[in-house]
Ligand binder design. Sequence first.
Ligand SMILES: *[C@@H]1O[C@H](CO)[C@@H](O)[C@H](O)[C@H]1NC(C)=O
Length: 1000
Amino acid sequence: MAVFNRLPVLLILFYSFGLALGGRVSITNNGYRDIVVAISPDVPQDKAADLLANIQKIITEASADLYTATRQRSYINSVRILIPQSWVNIAANPNTWESFENAEVQIDLPNSKYGDSPYTVQLGGCGDPGQYIHLTPNYVMTHSSNAMISQVGPAGKAFVKEWAKLRYGVFDEHGYTGANSSYPTFYRPGSGQQPIEMVPNVCSDQPVDFSIDNGCSVDPQTGLYNSNCMYSFLNTFKPTSSIMSDNRMLSTAMHFCDDDPSSLHKHNREAPTKQNAFCNSHSVWSVISKHADFAGYNNPPATIANVKPTFNVVRVLTGARYVLVTDVSGSMDSYNRIGRLNEAARRWIKYDVRHGTSLGIVKFSSTASMLSPMTVVNDNTRQQLMDKIPTSTEGVTCIGCGLQIALDMLRPGGKGGVIVLVTDGMENQNPYIADMYPQLLDAQVQVVSLAFGRAAEKEIEVLATKTDGMSYFINDDGQNDELHDAFTGSLTYQPAVPIGELTVILFQQKYNKGNMFEDYVTVDFTVGRSLTFRLEYTQRNYITGFFVKSPSGQVYQNVIYDSSAKLAYILIPDLAEEGDWKFTLTVNSAYYKDYASVIVTSKSRVNTAAPITVDCSVPSGTVVYNSANAVRLVAVVKQGRNRVIGANVRAYVETPTAALDVVDLEDTGAGADTTKNDGIYSRFYVPVSLTGRYTLVCKVNSTGTTYIENGSTTRQRSAMGNFNRVQSGGAFRVEQPKTSPYPPSRVTDLKVAAMQVDQMSLTIEWTATGDELDIGTASAYQIKYSTTFDDLMDNNFDSNLAVQFQSHDVIDGSFTPLAFGNKQRVSLRLPTTAEDVTYYVALRAVNQRGLTSTISNVVSVKIAALTQPQTQPPTTPVPPPTSSSLNVGCSGVLTTPTGWLTSPNYPGAYPNNYNCQWTIQLTPGSKIRLTFSHFAIESPFDYVEVYDGSTISATRLLKQTGSTLPSAPVNSSSNAMLVRFVTDATGNYFRGWRATYTVA
Ligand SMILES: *[C@@H]1O[C@H](CO)[C@@H](O)[C@H](O)[C@H]1NC(C)=O
C-alpha cells in the first residue's frame, strides 16, 4: 500500500476573512451581479428543491425592497446558488469560481446564539464590509410563516437589513435585552424628542406607540426599565423607517434613516443604538451614500422596470483547480530557497492536496514553461507531479510570463482556479504583473502569493489582494514554519467539506536549536480521530528519536519515514484518548540551518460534530498602504457554527526583522473588538514601524471560564477542559510604516450604571481604552456633560457648551485610566436642578503625547424634579406583603435573609400623614443589621425609629430625622426588628431614605 494512503490529507476549513472583503460582487447600472448564496455540505438534500425555490423567493423580494430602500439606486441583478457536491438530484451547472467560504450568503445549520434569525458577521467598524450573512435552512423554509414574520419581519426587508450590514458596514438601530447589553432597549430622550419619559431605543420617522410588556419594573438604580424589559408596538404605529430598527417594525418600515434634516426619515442621533455608537451618531443612509457603490454619482437613481434577479444554480465540481507557478531565477539558489521550495511542494502534493484536485505546474525565469499540464491528483499521479517540481535555477524574473501560462492552462476549465505563485525576486522583464490584471480578473482566478525572502517583488501582495487571494512570506531565517503554512493555507480554496472530514491543527512548532524537545498537546472532547504527529525535517539522519505518549502512558513509536518528502509521522490508530499527549523529539545536528517542525493534527471526535476551529486574519487585506489606518488582527474561535467564548487567544506577529511580537486578542467589545463575547477576538497591531512583510500565527487554548455558546444557560455549563489550536493568518506587507503614534481608540460602550437622584449624581461605566489604540494605558479621560445633545458632538465637545467633570465631582470610584480592557466605573456629581432635566454625558481619552481619541458614544440620564406629594394616605389598607424588598406601600413583613426598604415613593418625595411600620423577621437565632444609605427627611416633624423587636414596646435602637445618615448600622439583639416612619401633615420636598439589612 502506498504510504500516503495512511496519512490523512489535510483538509482545513478556513473562513478566510482577509479575502472576502472586496467580495466579487460588482454593481453595474444599479444592479448587483454575481451574489453567491452557498449551501453547506452539512445541509441534507431531502428538501433541496423547496430550499432552492425559497431562496429565490426571499432574494426576489429583497431585490425590490433594496431598490426602494436605496432610493432606486440598487437592486439585485444576478445570483449564483452553489449547492454541495452530494446534491446529485438537482439540475445544476458545474461551479468554477464560486466557493462556500467566499459566498456572501451561507445557508448552514444554526448558530445557537441566533437560532433561526438571520445575522451578519461583522469584524470591522463603521463602513467596513462584513463577512457573510448566515441563514439557516429552517429559516429559508419557513420565512413566510406568521411565526417567522412576527419574529424576523418580512423576508425581503430582513434580507436588506443584513445586506446593508454586509455591504455597507452599518449596524442595528435597536437595543438588546440583557444586563450586559451596551445598547439598552429603552432610553430617555431629550426635550426635542417625545414628551414621554422612556421610549424604545429605535430610529423611527413616527413617534413610537408602544406598551410595556408584562413583568417590567423600573430599576431604582438606573431609573430605567430593567434590562430584560421589552415593549410591544401598538397597532396604530406604522413607521416607514428604519429598516435597521426593531424587526417588528419591518411590516411597514422600508427606508433607512437619514441625516438630512429635511428628510422624511430623519435620523435619531440620541438613541443609544449600535449604529450611533459605531458610526459617531451618523445615520445609516449617510454611511451608505458614502460607499463606493454610490459615492460621486455612482449608480444614480434610475427607473428600472424589472428588478427581478436571475438565478443560476451551480454544483461543486469534484476538485479545485490549482497551478503552481514557481520562480527558478538565479536568486532562488541563495539560502537554498529552491531546495526548501522543492521539499515543501513535494510534501504538499503528496500529503495535503486533496484527491480529485486538478494541479498543473509552471516554472518561470526569463521565460516561462509548463512543467506539468493540468492533472487530476490521485494515488497514481502524486509521485509523477512531485517529480516535476524544479530543483535548479536559471536566468532572470518574468512573473507575468508564468501567470500567462497558468491562465492558459486554467481557461479550458472555465472561470476560476487558483494560482500559487512563488517568487523571490523583482520582476524585470515583460510582461509585468500589472499587465496581467485585466485577464486575471476577467478569469476570476485567485492568486496565493508566496514571497521568498525580503527582496521578493512587492507587487505580488497587491496581486493577491486584487484577486481576493492570500499572501505568505517565507523569511529566510524565520521562526515560524511559514512554508508549511503557505502551502496548506492555499488549500483554503478547495470546496467546503462536511464537518466530519475537517482536520484541524492542534499544535505546530519549529525546533532548530538544542537536541531534545519535549512538548505536549491536549486532545479535547471535540477531536480525536486520525490524531497525527507529523514531523518535517531538513536531514533524515539527524532525527535520532521521535515518540509519543498517550495520557494513560501508552507509548507510540511506530514512525513512518518518507525520505522523498522529508517527512515522518506517527498516526494514532482508532480514537485518541482525551487528555494531554506528550511527544519527545531527539535530534543530533550542529548545523544551524537544520530544523524540524512538529505539526499535530486531528479530525473531529465523532463525524457528526464539528471540532473547535480558529480562523486568524488581518481583515483589512494583505497590503497596508498607509499605516494611518491601523492594522487589526482578528481570530474567530468556534465549534461548527457555535462560537467559543472566553478563550485565550494569542497572536504571534513576526516582523520584517524576524523579531516576534506577541499580542493577546480580546473579546471585550472594546478597541479593535466590535462585540463583546461573540467569539471574535481582536486587537490592533500597533508597532507597524517598519516597511516590509509581517507574518501572523494565532494560538488558542482554554481558560477556566471558556465555554461554547450552544444555547445552554450559565448554570448548565460545565468546565470544558483544555484545548489547543494553531492557525496561520498569512502575511501582510506594510508599504508606508507609521510615522507618528496613534491616539487612544474610541470608547463605544459608555453606559449609565446607576443614578442617585437624592445625591444628584450618576454612575457611569466603560471599558478602558489604551494609550495607543487598544494597547497600554491612557493618561486621562475628559468626561463632559451638557443638557443639549449636540453640545457633545464634534467640535462642540471642546467648547464651553460642554462642561467637564473635575476630580472634586467624583463621589465614588475614579476616572484615573486603567489598562486597556478593564472596567472603569465612576460616580459623578451633577448640578442640582429645580426642573426635569436630561443630562448627556460623553468622554474621550488623552494619551501621554496629548493625542485624543474620538468622542465616545453619548449616554443620557433624566433627573426628575420633585413633585407635590399626595396629602392623604391610601384609604384601603394594603395587606402586608412578604418579600425581600419594599419600596412601595407603607407596611409589611420581610423574611428573606437580606433585603432593602425605602420610604414610600423613594427617591421621589414621600407622602404626608403616614405612619408606616415594617417588621423584619428572620429565622430564630439570627440577628439583624440595618444600614441606611440615603437619608433626607423633614426635621424635626418627620422621623424614622428602629426597635429591637417586633413592636414599639421593645427597646428603641434609633430615632433619626433631618438629612444626616445614621452614623453606624443598627443591630438587633434578636431575630426581629421594627422600622417605623412617621410623617406630619405639611408638604415637603424631601426624597426620603433607603436602607438595606443583612444577617449580622
Ligand atoms: C494557554 O496558553 C497560555 C499562553 O498563551 C499559557 O500561558 C497557558 O499556560 C496555557 N494554558 C494551558 C491550560 O495550557
